[in-house]
Every structure is written in structure tokens, then in C-alpha cells.
Design a protein around this ligand. Structure first.
Ligand SMILES: Nc1ncnc2c1ncn2[C@@H]1O[C@H](COP(=O)(O)OP(=O)(O)OP(=O)(O)O)[C@@H](O)[C@H]1O
Length: 295
């Protein structure tokens, strides 16, 4: 048994020989049992990272270890739900679940798969081709959970679900993952929804890791400060600062106490992520790659 779900060392991926790096020098370690959010702007490399972890494509640089082995060795113990949720359009919902059972005979958990489908009140006889995008997402998630994976890789799993379905499925997924100790890695653009559901964060930008580590530690390493526009932020690392009239609001990584006239607060996950997205040049911070000095 390993306590590391994913370990990447100088991981890189270039799809075309002269094309730009989809992933570049990514080093991080994700412990087992965490729920990790992968966030970043369009084209940052989130899907590429998940596809590499699922063993669907291979790195061009560096190494990637999944559950202590190579991605292909780990394939039986992981489930991957791709962004476009590929399913056989001619099969019915019931036939799709039966196929899941046939492909994973030793581990298949029919009860959990059926529970996910039943939550959407899907007709087991409905063909996949007749389902809406959100209904297909539900079937894809049912297939993934039915496999009882140790590692669940989800690429924007909730993107086309309605708010109620998101809430219901996310709650079920997290409760199930907590009960079984499943590691969940989930990319998403809906940052507000990740608050309260993830305990680890990976923020990518232009193929590189910008923030990584336990969410509480990353939040604690930042302070939201407000004060007069003329104020001096001294030795602190400024991630982003904005001035409105006479007031300045900034997200900083404090180097020592933030004194003077500054009001301070811990940022929310959304504030942390948005500030970094608005400031692509802000220095990176990695709190889970001990061999590299945190910046
Ligand atoms: N199969 C491919 N062939 C060539 N380039 C690719 C391929 N897949 C991804 N890329 C490129 O790799 C980069 C990262 O893409 P990726 O899909 O991983 O980003 P993403 O963060 O998931 O984006 P989004 O939020 O839009 O889903 C992009 O520049 C993209 O054009």
C-alpha cells in the first residue's frame, strides 16, 4: 500500500514536436485519500494532466507514478471520466451499467452505480443517444463509481449538470469518497463550488504548476489586506493588488507580520484562485514538493 496517489517529477507533455508544452516541469505529490481540485484557465493543461494520470497518453518528459506504479499498472484501480463523457450511444442506460459490470467483474458495485442513475430518475431502457448532456454525465459518473476505484479522475464532471443535480451528485460523491478513502482529482471552472469540498489544490497556468498543496496551508500562506492606496506593502510578496479610489486591496504572501494601517483577513478559495488567475506572473507556491524550495 502506498500513501501517495500521484507523484509527478519534472512532468512534461508536448503534443507536437515544435508545439508549445501542454505541461512543463510539473512536480507535485498528492497523498491518498484527499479530494484535489485542479483549476486554471482554458488551455492550462488540466485535461492533459488527468489524461496522463489515466494512462491515456504518455509524458514526453519526466515521470508520473500512480498509486505506486505506472499509470497503466494502476489502470484497474482508477476510474477516469473524460470531459466529453464518451459512452456507447446505441446502448441503453441499463446495458451501459451491465457493460460496466462485465468489464469490472471482480470489483463492480451495482448498488452504487444504480443509486447514481436513480438519483436522476433515468429510465434504464433509454438509449444513451437520447439523453441530455447532464444525464450522460450522470451515467458516466455511475460507471466510474461502480468500478470502486482507489483513484477517481474527473475532468469537469459537473459542467453540464443543473445546480440541484450538481449539489446532489457532489454530496454523494464526497460522502462515498470519504467513507471509502477514495482519492478524487477533479478539474473544474466553478471555483465557488469547490469551497468546502476539496482539501488539496493544484492551480495550473500555461502548463506549469502555480499553486499546489493542502488547501488549508495554501490559504494560511496568503493574507487579504486592505488599506490606504498610498500604503506600503513592504517586504511582502504581492500576488495581486487593486486600487479603488483611495483604498487598496491586495492578496499577499506575508513575510512577517502585516502591521501598520492594514486590515487583514484570510482569503476564500475563490479569492485565492481568482487573484492568481488575474496575475499570471505572480510567483508560484508549492507546499507539497519538499525537495524544491517553496517560493
Ligand atoms: N490532442 C492534442 N493535440 C494537440 N494539442 C493538444 C491536445 N490536447 C491538448 N492540447 C493542447 O495542450 C494545451 C493544454 O490543453 P488542455 O486541454 O490540457 O487544457 P485545459 O486546462 O484542460 O483547458 P480547458 O479548461 O479549456 O478544458 C492546450 O494548448 C491545447 O491546445
Amino acid at each position: 500500500m502506498t500513501d501517495t496517489a500521484i507523484e509527478a517529477a519534472a512532468l512534461g507533455k508536448r503534443f507536437r514536436r515544435r508545439g508549445r508544452q501542454a505541461l512543463d516541469s510539473c512536480t507535485f505529490r498528492l497523498p491518498t485519500g484527499v479530494v484535489c481540485a485542479v483549476v486554471g484557465p482554458n488551455g492550462a493543461g488540466k485535461s492533459t494532466l488527468l489524461a496522463l494520470a489515466a494512462g491515456l497518453t504518455t509524458p514526453t518528459e519526466g515521470t508520473l507514478t500512480i498509486l505506486g506504479g505506472t499509470p497503466s499498472e494502476a489502470r484497474e484501480r482508477l476510474a477516469y471520466v473524460a470531459q466529453d463523457k464518451p459512452l456507447h450511444p446505441q446502448l441503453t442506460v441499463g446495458e451501459t451499467l451491465r457493460l460496466g459490470r462485465e468489464l469490472n467483474p471482480r470489483v463492480w458495485d451495482a448498488a452504487v452505480a444504480e443509486r447514481v442513475v436513480a438519483g436522476g430518475e433515468l429510465d434504464p431502457d433509454a438509449r444513451i443517444s437520447t439523453l441530455s448532456g447532464g444525464q450522460r454525465s450522470r451515467v458516466a459518473l455511475a460507471l466510474a463509481l461502480g468500478k470502486r476505484p482507489a483513484l477517481l479522475l474527473l475532468d469537469e464532471p459537473m459542467a453540464d449538470l443543473d445546480p440541484l443535480a450538481r449539489h446532489q451528485l457532489m454530496g454523494m460523491l464526497l460522502a462515498d469518497a470519504a467513507e471509502r478513502g477514495t482519492t478524487v482529482v477533479m478539474s473544474s471552472h466553478v471555483v465557488a463550488e469547490l469551497e468546502g469540498s476539496c482539501d488539496h489544490l493544484l492551480l495550473l497556468g500555461a502548463g506549469r504548476i502555480r499553486l499546489s498543496g493542502p488547501l488549508d496551508d495554501l490559504l494560511a500562506a496568503h493574507t487579504l489586506v486592505t488599506g490606504p492606496a498610498t500604503g506600503d506593502l513592504g517586504p511582502h510578496t504581492v500576488v495581486e493588488s487593486r486600487t479603488t479610489g483611495r483604498q487598496l486591496t491586495a492578496l499577499v504572501r506575508p513575510r512577517g507580520p502585516v502591521g501598520g494601517d492594514w486590515g487583514t483577513a484570510e482569503p476564500s478559495l475563490e479569492e485565492l484562485v481568482l487573484s492568481h488567475l488575474r496575475s499570471p506572473e505572480a510567483p508560484e507556491l508549492r507546499l507539497d514538493a519538499p525537495e524544491e524550495a517553496a517560493v
